[in-house]
Design a protein around this ligand. Sequence first.
Ligand code: APR
Length: 252
Amino acid sequence: MDNLAKAAEAMRSAQHIIVFTGAGVSAGSGIPTFRDDLTGLWERRDPQRLETAQAFRENPALVWGWYLWRRQQVMQAKPNAAHQAIHRLSGSERNVTVVTQNIDDLHERAGNQEVLHLHGSLMRPKCFACHRFIVGPLVFPIIPAEGALIEPPRCRRCNGRMRPAIVWFGEDLPPGVWKAASQAARQCDILLSIGTSGVVRPAADLPDIALASGAVVIHVNNVDVSMNGPNEIMLIGPAEKILPQLIALTLT
Ligand code: APR
């Protein structure tokens, strides 16, 4: 039996499935990943200059402009076949929990409403000073090109600068989100790990937590990221191709 058939057989008998996604699930929508050779965002930039609170303090216009550009890229992208297959799986009678490291809203636009965003989201900014989310609509300017310097708007409550509500390097994950995700990983039958390099903790610990609790981990990635454990199944290929096949076999 090939790995795809093995994975589908495991999925069919599972009651609680966690779908854990990384940047690779959105690559098929044209959104750059972080670490892929030559195409990854960090191949061309230093994350320390853009993805830390210190970077924002030193140059708020550079960091805010960078996030507006990334948000604009996301708004121009569409959910791909992988996001849509995940939504179909969620519609089956199983208990499916979607946990993502991604800050885009493509799972939501594919129809998944309850998504656990471990690293936050680009969609709703919050105040750098009082940490409260923005109230009311925010008009986002059109960003002419990457690297545009845009002064962040001010908080209506305390006049602090608005910042993207995402988790920067050196910051803690939103406590309630991590608790829910790690609890689900301890209780699931299968954790489907899609398009992640597994290098950023604690998010990358979720597959290990699931394995330690006796679950099966199915990896979907362009490259072999499996540790070849007895309860791991490795499906090599693009998520936008593999997932529709896997979910179709699961739901038949
Ligand atoms: N299908 C499946 N996997 C893919 C595809 C695809 N079409 N394209 C790329 N991949 C794989 C790559 O092989 C790689 O293993 O997706 C993974 C992307 O890895 P990263 O770029 O490191 O993204 P991710 O794992 O989500 O990064 C985790 O790091 O910078 C932080 O906060 C950021 O959430 C991010 C975290």
